[in-house]
Write a protein that binds this ligand. Sequence first.
Ligand SMILES: NC(=O)c1ccc[n+]([C@@H]2O[C@H](COP(=O)([O-])OP(=O)(O)OC[C@H]3O[C@@H](n4cnc5c(N)ncnc54)[C@H](O)[C@@H]3O)[C@@H](O)[C@H]2O)c1
Ligand SMILES: O=C(O)[C@@H]1CCCCN1
Length: 309
Amino acid sequence: MTCAYKYISEACVLQLLTWEKSFEATECALKSVANGCAFQPPRGKVKLPGKFDFIFLMPGYLKDDKYGASISCVFTKCVDNPKRNPPLPIVHTDVTLLDDNTGVTKAIIAGNTIMEWSTAAATTIATKYLHSGKPNKILAVIGASFQGRIHAIGLQKYFNFDEVAKELNSSFNRNVFIATDTVEDAVKNADVIVTATTAEQTLVKWEWVKKGAHINAIGVFPFNIELDAATYRACKVYGDYWDGIKTELNHIEALGVKFEGQIGDVIVGNIPVPGPNDTTIFQSLGMGVEYAAIARLVYDLHESKPNCH
Ligand SMILES: NC(=O)c1ccc[n+]([C@@H]2O[C@H](COP(=O)([O-])OP(=O)(O)OC[C@H]3O[C@@H](n4cnc5c(N)ncnc54)[C@H](O)[C@@H]3O)[C@@H](O)[C@H]2O)c1
Ligand SMILES: O=C(O)[C@@H]1CCCCN1
């Protein structure tokens, strides 16, 4: 019996994806929550009593001729995974691409590369709109695992920074990166900052942040706050979707932070772009529709290269 759906492996996803197309697909997904083309409910979280820590459910439907798709993603988190041989990522996912009419599975696409690329692409698009026309000489990346590394690569691809600063205790190594001893040293001259850690304590202090900089805070899950309260209060703060902000970011709103809106609303012009003197934050949660857009992209590319395994 042949398998009823396609399986597209991680190696194949890596072969098929390009940054240019990922940026385009992700911008479409970010816009969709602002222009009525998305079904994007808050995600479900289940804490498990077993050996791994949680299951996280993210469905999404994006209506678009080029990047539209229906998907469902299940994420699992297991903190022991990096110690295994071979090491595995702490958070794992596959993307299930569904037939829009029947709901039947069309493809299972290995999801870890999609998770990395779509998160970094969302950050890049948010930076493009929130930091438009501002200096972008120095990028600081705090957290040097999967997300930190791919953010450095994706943002560098789009903005071509002169310098990418990262903390010393980090594990990615490429010549363009400059290591610093502390978070303060990394962020103090940065025009654009990424925090992509699992830190439970605040990492970035307002007094270190260059005024007018843009910060992408990625590692929010579940209740982490990588930026101190003064930073949140002083900045204009944007999220990816209102339902997510209202469901998962109450701990940030409790600091007295009022979110300006969704990044998609800035892109489509529903809310103004920040002013030249504003310091800005994109507080990223991740959305099913971002996975839908990239899954559709990967699926269509795979159709044109069916021998990719
Ligand atoms: N917003 C989104 O769309 C999205 C998507 C995927 C992952 N994430 C989140 O991004 C974060 C990073 O993901 P990952 O897969 O790279 O995680 P990971 O577990 O592989 O790596 C976490 C990194 O954080 C660093 N870290 C932990 N505490 C720190 C501290 N106090 N100071 C400096 N660094 C510290 C660790 O050294 C490690 O390098 C996680 O919180 C994850 O949940 C967000
Ligand atoms: O939205 C994401 O891509 C993931 C889901 C799992 C936890 C971290 N963020």
